[in-house]
Write a protein of this length. Structure first.
Length: 450
C-alpha cells in the first residue's frame, strides 16, 4: 500500500510539473486521453445545453407513440471521427438537417468551457460536415513548430496558428501581403522567419530597407538586390518594373496559341512556361513603407510618387511575372499620400502585430474583416510576436512566429548563399559581401517570441 501511495504521489507530481513547465509533454502524456474521454462522455449533454441538437423526426415520434415507447431525445451532430493531435483534438461532425456551420462557430466559446479546453475553432469541410479543432493548452505562449512541415514551391511555414496548425505563406494563393506592427511588436522576427523559409527555395530575394539596411543587410548573402535609401529604392523598383515587362514579352512569345496547342500548354504566367525558360520568381521585401512615402521637398515628392507608382504597378501586374510583394511598416494610413489606398487594395494578405492606433488596424482589416480590427488593437504589449492574420476572404486567426534571432537568420542565409540567383537587371543593386563566414552557433532561443 505504501509503494502504491508513493507511486501515485510521484505520478501526480510529475503531472503537475509537466503541466506547468512543459504543457506539450503533459498533453501528450496525460491530457489527450483525459480530454478525449471528457468529450465522449459529455458530448450529448453539452450539445443539448449549447442548443446544437435538433428534435427527433416525426416518424420517430409517431413510432414511439404507436409502440408506447419513450419519446426519443433530441439528436446532436453525429461524430464521424475523433483524432488526437500534438496540440489538441480534431472532431469531425456530420450536421443534422436544419443545422448550419455558423451554429457551431457561434457556440465555440461555450464548447470550450464545457469540454475544459483552451480553445475551440471550427471550419466547414464540405456541405454538412464541420471540423472542430480543440487545443488543450496555449500553443502561442511557447511556440514550437512541428518537426515536419509541408514545404513546397513558393509556400513556406512562418508561424503557428492558435488552433495548433501551421500558418503558411503561400505566394500562389496570396501573391502580395501587408504586414504591420509597432516597435517591439515582433514584426522583425516574423520577417526573419519569412526570409529563413524562402532561403532554401529557388527564388530571388530583393530587399528595401531605408533604415540604412540594419534589418536586411546582415542577410545580404541570400539577397539578389538590396536598397538602403529611398533614392536607391526608386531605381531598384524601376528596374523591377522593366524586368516585369521583359517577362511578359517572354510569355507572349511562348504562347503560340493555335488549334494544335493543348489548353494546358497555353502560357499565361511564368508557371505555365517550360522549366528551362521559366524566369526566377522574385520576392520583394519592403521593411518600412512609410520611409518611402514621406517627403519634405518638391524633389522628394517627385521621388515619392515615382516609388508609389512603381509599387502599385508591381502589385497590380507582378503576379503573372513572378514578382511578389511583402510590404511591412509600423504605420499604414491614408495620410501617407495618394496611391497608398490603391496599393493597399492590391495586398490580399494582411498581418497585424500590436498596433498603436486603430486607424492602422482599420487600414489592415477594415475592408475585409471588421471583427479582426478589435482583435488587432487588443494584443497586449507583453505578447511580442502575436499577430492577427487575414485575407480578402474575410477569415482571420491569431498566429505567432517562433523566435528566430538575427544570428540564426544570418546563418541560414549564409548556408544557402549559393542559391542566390544573379539577375542581370538588378546586377547594380547586388550587395557587396565578403568571403563566406563560418556559421556561428546561435544562442538558445528564448521561449518567448521577440
Amino acid at each position: 500500500m505504501t509503494a502504491f501511495t508513493v507511486a501515485l504521489v510521484l505520478v501526480v507530481a510529475a503531472e503537475g510539473l509537466l503541466r506547468w513547465r512543459r504543457p506539450a509533454w503533459y498533453w501528450l502524456a496525460f491530457g489527450v486521453t483525459l480530454a478525449a474521454l471528457r468529450v465522449l462522455v459529455r458530448y450529448r449533454s453539452v450539445m443539448d445545453a449549447c442548443g446544437l441538437t435538433v428534435p427527433p423526426a416525426r416518424w420517430r415520434l409517431s413510432l414511439a407513440r404507436a409502440t408506447n415507447r419513450p419519446i426519443p431525445e433530441p439528436r446532436p451532430p453525429r461524430i464521424r471521427r475523433l483524432r488526437p493531435t500534438r496540440t489538441g483534438l480534431v472532431l469531425r461532425l456530420k450536421l443534422r438537417p436544419g443545422q448550419d456551420v455558423f451554429d457551431i462557430a457561434a457556440a465555440s466559446d461555450r464548447l470550450r468551457h464545457s469540454f475544459s479546453m483552451f480553445g475551440v475553432t471550427s471550419r466547414e469541410v464540405r456541405s454538412g460536415v464541420v471540423e472542430v479543432r480543440m487545443t488543450g493548452y496555449d500553443v502561442l505562449k511557447r511556440v514550437q513548430m512541428p518537426a515536419e512541415t509541408e514545404t513546397r514551391a513558393m509556400r513556406v511555414p512562418v508561424a503557428l496558428r492558435e488552433d495548433g496548425s501551421v500558418y503558411y505563406r503561400d505566394y500562389h494563393a496570396i501573391p502580395h501581403a501587408l504586414t504591420l506592427g509597432a516597435t517591439e511588436s515582433g514584426k522583425s522576427v516574423y520577417q526573419r522567419n519569412l526570409v529563413a523559409g524562402l532561403a532554401p527555395l529557388d527564388v530571388a530575394l530583393v530587399g528595401i530597407d531605408c533604415k540604412q539596411g540594419v534589418e536586411l543587410f546582415p542577410l545580404a548573402r541570400r539577397f539578389s538586390a538590396l536598397a538602403d535609401s529611398p533614392d536607391t529604392a526608386a531605381e531598384l523598383l524601376d528596374a523591377l518594373v522593366a524586368r516585369m515587362a521583359d517577362v511578359y514579352r517572354l510569355i507572349r512569345t511562348q504562347q503560340c496559341i493555335t488549334v494544335d496547342v493543348p489548353d494546358a500548354e497555353i502560357a499565361a504566367d511564368i508557371w505555365d512556361l517550360p522549366d528551362e525558360l521559366r524566369p526566377t520568381p522574385v520576392v520583394v521585401l519592403v521593411d518600412e513603407v512609410a520611409e518611402l512615402a514621406l517627403y519634405a521637398t518638391k524633389e522628394e515628392e517627385k521621388r515619392r510618387d515615382r516609388i508609389i507608382t512603381a509599387l502599385v504597378r508591381l502589385a497590380q501586374l507582378g503576379r503573372a511575372a513572378g514578382i511578389y510583394l511583402e510590404i511591412c511598416g509600423q504605420r499604414f494610413g491614408s495620410e501617407l499620400g495618394k496611391g497608398i489606398t490603391m496599393l493597399r487594395a492590391q495586398l490580399t494578405g494582411r498581418t497585424a502585430h500590436r498596433l498603436n492606433d486603430e486607424t492602422s488596424a482599420n487600414m489592415a482589416f477594415g475592408d475585409i474583416a471588421p471583427d479582426a480590427v478589435l482583435a488587432a488593437i487588443q494584443i497586449p504589449a507583453e505578447l511580442r510576436g502575436l499577430a492577427i492574420a487575414g485575407d480578402a476572404s474575410g477569415g482571420w486567426h491569431r498566429i505567432r512566429a517562433p523566435h528566430t534571432s538575427l544570428r540564426q537568420a544570418v546563418n541560414l542565409c549564409n548556408r544557402y548563399a549559393d542559391r542566390t540567383p544573379d539577375l542581370p537587371e538588378l546586377a547594380s543593386f547586388r550587395p557587396t559581401t565578403g568571403t563566406a563566414t563560418e556559421l556561428v552557433p546561435s544562442a538558445k532561443a528564448s521561449p518567448a517570441t521577440a
